[in-house]
Design a protein around this ligand. Structure first.
Ligand code: KG4
Ligand code: ZN
Length: 348
């Protein structure tokens, strides 16, 4: 079957057409219209502005993804996210489902990030051969809005192990970049600045690193960067490219250390053979490398989607939709609504 994916949970208007055959999802088209330039001016997302731009972009983006084809089903992100942004995708999907008389699937955005690991393609070796993914698996989802460790025991079967108590890892990157004057979005900016930096020149806290649970907390880390920069300014420090690079590298190392330590510990405690990962922060090279190395040492199969499938896209939503379609988890167009909060592991 072919599935049209629609994703508007944040600041990317995305649509994709995928083909699913015997549980294998291949991407036919994928279109992402980014609002990064618009939000860079305000240093962050203004929900009203994001929603208006989704409205302008959504039909042309879907048109480009469909290329005149009629899909067999429609999968749309229904939450969690900015409710005014989500609403644009959800309303559009409802309308198409009603007019085309095609089944509709409501997808959780976090589950979408997870299913980026199940997209197959023959061209790039790094892309998952998902048939070989062994359950149970520990899943690390790190995005701008979420940081979650999940135990996945099968398709659609999840148990939340831990999540952030305050800021998400992506927020720590975004806010840290703002403090360092590196612009928006912060993840790519910090990771680039950190490339030539010294990871141990500045000492930053590793929040909850040795706590017995799998929760995260990044807001104190951000505050410690803020105070460090404030003190350095008072002392008259010149913020040369070298100083910025060292601050970025030391700060990034603190985030990566915590994410790697907790993921590896969860994988060992639950004796899983596989770790899956996803979300925009997984586009971070250092995090990919460190997780890969640590998990390999422990004989655990580590999967990470290619860069373009880590950040928000609609192929992952369509793929999650395909697996839900197999379980006949369809919804009537009139019953779908956007939800700002929606835990992947519960029905609240
Ligand atoms: O998954 P995503 O595209 O959107 C949400 O669902 O939130 O994630 C966006 C987040 C942003 O916070 C962005 O700064 C971060 O992912 N990000 C990165 C990198 N690329 C994007 N963080 C660290 N390193 C990167 N290379
Ligand atoms: Zn996302």
């Amino acid at each position: 079957m072919t599935i049209l994916g629609i994703e508007t949970s944040c600041d990317e208007t995305a649509s994709s057409l995928i083909e699913e055959k015997n549980g294998r999802c291949s991407v036919l088209t994928s279109v992402v219209a980014s609002q990064i330039k618009i939000h860079a001016k305000t240093g962050g997302i203004v929900p009203e502005v994001a929603a208006r731009n989704h409205i302008l972009a959504i039909i042309p983006v879907i048109q480009r993804a469909l290329k005149g084809k009629m899909p067999d089903a429609i999968a749309v992100t229904a939450g969690p996210g900015l409710v005014t942004s989500l609403g644009v995708g959800v309303q559009t999907a409802r309308t198409f489902s009603y007019i085309w008389k095609k089944p509709l699937i409501a997808v959780n955005h976090i589950e979408g990030h997870l299913y980026a690991n199940f997209i197959c393609a023959s061209t790039k070796s790094q892309i998952t051969n998902h048939k070989s993914i062994a359950f149970p698996a520990v899943v690390l989802i790190v995005s701008g809005g979420h940081t979650e460790l999940i135990l996945m025991t099968g398709h659609g079967k999840y148990q939340l192990l831990g999540k952030t108590l305050d800021d998400a890892a992506g927020e720590a990157f975004d806010k840290g970049a703002k403090i360092l004057g590196l612009g928006y979005p912060g993840g790519p900016a910090i990771s680039k600045a950190a490339e030539k930096g010294d990871t141990v020149r500045y000492d930053f806290p590793r929040p909850l690193l040795s706590s017995r649970n799998y929760d995260f907390s990044f807001s104190g880390l951000k505050t410690s960067l803020l105070y460090r920069v404030r003190d350095m300014k008072k002392e008259g420090t010149r913020f040369t490219p070298k100083v910025i690079a060292d601050l970025a590298a030391s700060y990034q190392a603190a985030i990566v250390d915590v994410l790697v330590a907790k993921t590896v510990r969860a994988a060992k405690e639950y004796s899983v053979k596989t770790v899956l990962s996803g979300g925009g922060v997984m586009a971070n090279k250092e995090l990919r490398k460190r997780l890969e190395n640590s998990l390999k040492k422990n004989g655990i199969d580590f999967r990470v989607p290619p860069y373009s499938l880590c950040t928000d896209n609609a192929s992952m939503i369509a793929c999650a939709g395909a697996f839900k379609a197999h379980r006949r988890e369809y919804v009537l167009w009139r019953d779908v609504d956007a939800r700002s909060t929606w835990g992947v592991t519960s029905n609240e």
